[in-house]
Ligand binder design. Structure first.
Ligand SMILES: Nc1ncnc2c1ncn2[C@@H]1O[C@H](COP(=O)(O)OP(=O)(O)O)[C@@H](O)[C@H]1O
Ligand SMILES: [Mg+2]
Length: 365
């Protein structure tokens, strides 16, 4: 098996006068584990259906392996699709389920059987071929569905929230299995999810979508550490948000007047002096004001601790600074600072750990 690249060239989708996917350019590389991450209803499944051929784009072109897919039926495309609610055939054995697509292609039974066993081995189900799907666990059935999809040797595997019906523990286990399988096969995986943990842990690159628009395409590290828009910043992980007005720019460093005081941060996106902006700082990048004093510039603010939650390795302080709620995740060092439970405190963070962007839409909680 080998992967092919997938290119969306100005692809959009309208249903009546509602635009589910705005014109989108996207290149997914051959052999890449690529995720599309976004809240329910943002257009993820619609993109997948246009790639698989179940939906014709309103405009633009889908190319797979350099070839336009216009007018090519789903079963003639080098893609296979796996849904959330996978449907195995209950009366067929596991191996017959896996080999189902091969029978339609006229592959003789003996070869089908051998091929099914190879695929079952690949998804760690050796020896389970004679069972019925109902005799397997949820995670095992999911792996049968993956083996079935891989049986027809697709160059591109499209996975639409395939883990969302599984329980948490199994979901986490399946993450590493899927990642391994992708590496072993070299097939291009396009993985759709609203679960940021899944997207960040498995993917070579992630596209974050909001309301039919791809807002950022980047590696997991970059999505988390250097979000491109307020939506991406607030959808992925936790954030503290301060609002203010840009009062100066010096290269990459922006100065912002906020109700909590003046703050320095990295400028991301286009903002000019006088513009209203948002500052984003992750809870784990904030500390008590006394930490790191004198070594580098730090932003400081005065806050009142309202609640302390012990979360094992972390202590979460829920504070208020003026009208802004502020959460601080401190490593649980066992010392007096991390056992601080109430009262007034100074909080601090490095300008390089904070990002300034023009005011924009935030993800809903
Ligand atoms: N066939 C359709 N007709 C009308 N609206 C649709 C159709 N399919 C999807 N939509 C709408 O398009 C938007 C995006 O849907 P979808 O791609 O399924 O989102 P996601 O997979 O991100 O949850 C939603 O508002 C949905 O209601
Ligand atoms: Mg969907």
């Amino acid at each position: 098996m080998h992967g092919q690249d997938v290119v969306l060239d100005g692809v959009s989708m309208r249903f009546g006068d509602f635009t589910a996917v705005q014109p989108t350019d996207l290149t997914i590389n051959a052999g890449e584990f690529f995720s599309i991450l976004g809240p329910s209803g943002c257009g993820k499944t619609t993109i997948l259906r246009m790639i698989s051929g179940f939906l014709d784009p309103t405009a633009g072109d889908v190319r797979i392996g350099g070839k336009s897919m216009a007018g090519i039926r789903p079963n003639a495309r080098p893609t296979a699709l796996i849904f959330q609610n996978l449907a195995l055939f209950p009366l067929m054995s596991v191996w017959e389920n896996v080999a189902f697509g091969l029978e339609a292609r006229g592959v003789p039974k003996k070869v089908r059987r051998e091929r099914a066993e190879e695929l079952l081995a690949m998804v760690a189900l050796t020896g389970q071929g004679e069972k019925k799907p109902t005799e397997l666990s949820g995670g095992q059935r999911q792996r049968v569905a993956i083996a079935r999809a891989l049986a027809v040797e697709p160059a591109v595997l499209l996975l639409d929230e395939p883990l969302s019906a599984l329980d948490l523990k199994l979901r986490q286990h399946m993450r590493s299995e899927l990642k391994d399988l992708q590496r072993k096969t070299g097939v291009t995986f396009i993985y759709i999810t609203h679960d940021q943990g899944e997207a960040l842990t498995m993917s070579d690159r992630v596209a974050v979508m909001n309301r039919g628009v791809v807002e950022q395409v980047a590696t997991s590290d970059e999505i988390y550490n250097l979000p491109a828009t307020p939506f991406v910043a607030s959808f992925v992980g936790e954030q503290n948000v301060f609002r203010g007005r840009l009062s100066g720019v010096d290269g990459e460093v922006a100065r912002v007047d906020t109700p909590q005081g003046e703050m320095l941060a990295r400028l991301r996106g286009k903002a000019g002096v006088g513009d209203e902006v948002m500052i984003f700082v992750r809870p784990e990048r904030m500390g008590l004001g006394t930490a790191g004093a004198g070594t580098e510039p730090r932003n400081r603010l005065r806050a009142t601790i309202e609640r302390r939650d012990l979360e094992g390795p972390f202590v979460n302080l829920h504070c208020r600074a003026g009208d802004a709620p502020v959460t601080v995740h401190l490593p649980n060092s066992g010392d007096a600072a991390s056992s601080l439970a109430s009262g007034e405190t100074d909080l601090g963070f490095r300008p390089t750990d904070a990002i300034v962007m023009p005011v924009g839409e935030l993800a809903r909680e």
